[in-house]
Each structure stands twice: as structure tokens, then as C-alpha cells.
Design a protein around this ligand. Structure first.
Ligand code: NAD
Ligand code: TYD
Length: 345
């Protein structure tokens, strides 16, 4: 029997990489991609996939109950991997409305439709941001209580809790991954690494929030995809699995590293007003997924960042396409860019 998987948010950064990964390693599976094509969704991320005979695309919002019912009726779905979300912390600080509609409401619609249509398993792609902020020591473990600090993190925590509630109440088979910050090809340049890369490539200022001493734990996207597939196929129902590779960087050191790799001067760095409620440090303890499922990161940072830089340098047209239109308006407003291109935030 052929396995059919519904990938929501498959036109975004991680979702599109996941579909490329399925094409490579689960080529006999049928893949249905549902994406609302928001500003962050780009069908062009799947250009090489669209001729794959096992691939179907449906434009729809996961928060639209009727549309989701049609998708589940049209395809006999075995697995759902839910990537679809509003994902940018800064945007959630400006306006959280769509974060609640999609991340919270959309997740519940999916869970309900899955039960109605006999879906075997729901994998919720979660984030370590639900744990809140660490001090200088310690790591996030799955048993910690949740302390989300941004509207984005709070909406993702709500989604995780709805999944766990569906498991507890309806014995629905759900698994949750909580990954640290990802980097790699196809990441929308509102996020730190592609934003810094894009600006550096065109000799524009690199806006570093606050003093640049916040810490993030970076994982190459392919390692995340492998973890998701492993948890989908072998994880225990009702369980949460943290995903991360012990790769912590102060933002400022990472920005300097990127500049160095590109041979660009550190004078491009511009310290700007800090993000409101900016979490100090994220760091994952991946012991559970390592010992239970044998996952470990394979792409170390020096190699991963080189590949990422090369991808963005080679895909200038992709960058130009996704940053035309709405992005410019967002960037100029968020970073208070004046007429000569100076960031004044
Ligand atoms: P992204 O913003 O690049 O992509 C999100 C995708 O979801 C887009 O294609 C968008 O069009 C789609 N989408 C948004 N609202 C939708 C709706 N209502 N219905 C259908 N589709 C909708 O995000 P990403 O970075 O690829 O993140 C994917 C998932 O992984 C998210 O759930 C995010 O919380 C989680 N996550 C991301 C990271 C990271 O570092 N990027 C880390 C851990 C977890
Ligand atoms: P981001 O990529 O938005 O991920 P998240 O906030 O979800 O971890 O930001 C990563 C870090 O980089 C975070 O500490 C905020 C910081 N940052 C900047 O300093 N400047 C920027 O322009 C952006 C977008 C982020």
C-alpha cells in the first residue's frame, strides 16, 4: 500500500526542503502539499518537484475547515506533517492576529479533520521557543514547563498543547518535534541568517539587535528534516522530541563569521534598537532523540554555513524575486530605513 503524506506549509523554508527530501528518500510516497501561499510561501521553492508524478499541490489555508475537509476527502492521507505557520517573531510583536488564526486555529482544524478521516499520525513541527529563555547555563529538555515569551512562541505552545490534548482525549496519534533555529537554502530573508547574507552580498548595513549577545542554537535544515522523518516513522505516540545540534552562537559572532566568509568588512555591522522582550538564549538538549531514535546532526556548522552562503550567492534571482514587493515595504518599516539606505531603527 502506498503511503500518502500531507505536508502543510510545504512552500515555506523547512517545508519545501522536506518535500525535496521526501522526493529523494521516499520517492514512492504520494505527497500532497497544502499551502496558503502567504508572503512566506513560494511555489518556486518546489520548481523541480512539480513534475514528480507523486506530487499534488493544493492552495488552501489550514484554518479553513471546509477546504481541509475537501483535501482529506480527495486524498486518503496516512500522515500529516504540519509546518504551516506564521513564523516571524518580529511580525508577531507587530500584530499577532494571523499567528492565532493559523498556528492555533489551523492546528485544531487539522487535528479534527484528521480524526474524521482516519489519519494515522500527526507530526507537529514545533519550536524550542516554547520553553522561553535560558540564562547563560543549562539546556531545554522535553520535561520543562512551557514559558513562551513572544506572541509567536505562545501560539506555537498553544498548538503543541492542542496536539497533546487530542492525544489524551481522543487517543489520537500525535508526535511533536521541537527544533532550534534552522538555517539553509530557501529561508525567507526576514530571518537573521538570510537577511544578513542578503545585506552583506549587496554591501548594505547588517542590523544587529541590542548588543548582539543573544544566543541561538543553529541547526542545518537537512538535519532537522531527517529528525522529522525519523520521529514520524519511529517516534512514540504522544511524545515530544527536542532537535538540536549543540551549536550555540552569540548573534554578533555569527554575523562576523558571515562577513568573514564573504570577505566583507565588519564596518557593515549596525547595532540597532533591541527586539521587545528579546529572549536571551536558546539551547537544546537532544539526548532523548539521540538515545531513543539514534538521531544525530550530520552537517557541522562550518560546512553548513559555507553551503548556505553558496546557495544564496548562486540564487540571486530567487532572492530578488522574494524580496521584491511586500518585503521591501516590511524591511523599510521594520528597520526604519532612510532615503540613502541607512538603518535608523
Ligand atoms: P516559513 O515562514 O518559511 O513558511 C511557512 C509556510 O506556511 C509558508 O509557505 C506559508 O505560506 C505557509 N502558511 C502560512 N499560513 C498558512 C495557512 N493558514 N495555511 C496554509 N499554509 C500557511 O516557516 P519555516 O521557517 O519553514 O517554519 C516551518 C515550521 O517549522 C513552522 O511551524 C515553525 O514554527 C517551525 N520551526 C521553524 C524553525 C526555524 O528556524 N525556521 C525552527 C523550529 C521550528
Ligand atoms: P530570527 O532569525 O528572527 O529567529 P528567532 O528570533 O526566532 O530566534 O532571529 C535570530 C536572532 O537574531 C535573534 O536573537 C534576533 C536576532 N536578529 C538580529 O539581531 N537582527 C535581525 O535583523 C534579525 C531578523 C534578527
Amino acid at each position: 500500500m502506498t503511503t500518502t503524506i500531507l505536508v502543510t506549509g510545504g512552500c515555506g523554508f523547512i517545508g519545501s526542503n522536506f518535500i525535496h527530501h521526501l522526493h529523494a528518500v521516499r520517492n514512492s510516497w504520494k505527497v500532497v502539499c497544502v499551502d496558503a501561499l502567504t508572503y512566506a510561501g513560494n511555489l518556486g521553492n518546489l520548481d523541480e518537484i512539480r513534475s514528480w508524478e507523486n506530487f499534488t499541490f493544493e492552495r488552501a489555508s489550514i484554518a479553513d475547515r471546509g477546504a481541509m475537509d475537501e483535501v482529506f476527502s480527495a486524498h486518503k492521507i496516512d500522515y500529516v506533517v504540519n509546518f504551516a505557520a506564521e513564523t516571524h517573531v518580529d511580525r508577531s510583536i507587530e500584530d499577532a492576529t494571523n499567528f492565532i488564526l493559523t498556528n492555533v486555529g489551523g492546528t485544531q482544524v487539522l487535528l479534527d479533520s484528521e480524526r474524521a478521516h482516519g489519519v494515522k499520525r500527526h507530526l507537529q513541527v514545533g519550536t524550542d521557543e516554547v520553553y522561553g529563555s535560558l540564562g547563560v547555563a543549562g539546556f531545554f529538555v522535553e520535561t520543562m514547563s512551557l514559558h513562551p515569551n513572544s506572541p509567536y512562541a505562545a501560539s506555537k505552545a498553544s498548538a503543541d498543547l492542542l496536539c497533546l490534548a487530542a492525544h489524551h482525549t481522543h487517543a489520537q496519534d500525535v508526535v511533536i518535534t521541537r527544533c532550534s533555529n534552522n538555517y539553509g537554502p530557501y529561508q525567507f530573508p526576514e530571518k537573521m541568517i538570510p537577511l544578513m547574507l542578503r545585506n552583506a552580498l549587496s554591501d548594505k548595513q547588517l542590523p544587529v539587535y541590542g548588543d548582539g549577545m543573544n544566543v541561538r542554537d543553529w541547526l542545518y535544515v537537512e538535519d532537522h528534516l531527517k529528525a522529522i522523518l525519523l520521529v514520524l516513522e519511529k517516534g512514540r505516540a504522544g511524545e515530544v522530541y527536542n532537535v538540536g545540534g549543540h551549536n550555540e552562537w552569540h548573534n554578533i559572532d555569527l554575523v562576523k563569521h558571515i562577513l568573514n566568509e564573504l570577505g566583507k568588512p565588519e564596518s557593515l555591522i549596525k547595532f540597532v534598537e533591541d527586539r521587545k522582550g528579546h529572549d536571551l538564549r536558546y539551547a537544546i538538549d537532544p539526548e532523548k532523540i539521540a538515545s531513543e531514535l539514534g538521531w544525530k546532526p550530520e552537517t557541522m556548522f562550518p560546512e553548513g554555513i559555507k553551503k548556505t552562503i553558496k546557495w544564496y550567492s548562486d540564487n540571486q534571482k530567487w532572492l530578488d524575486d522574494v524580496t521584491s514587493g511586500d518585503y521591501l515595504e516590511y524591511y523599510n518599516k521594520m528597520y526604519k530605513v532612510d532615503s540613502d539606505g541607512t538603518v535608523t531603527r
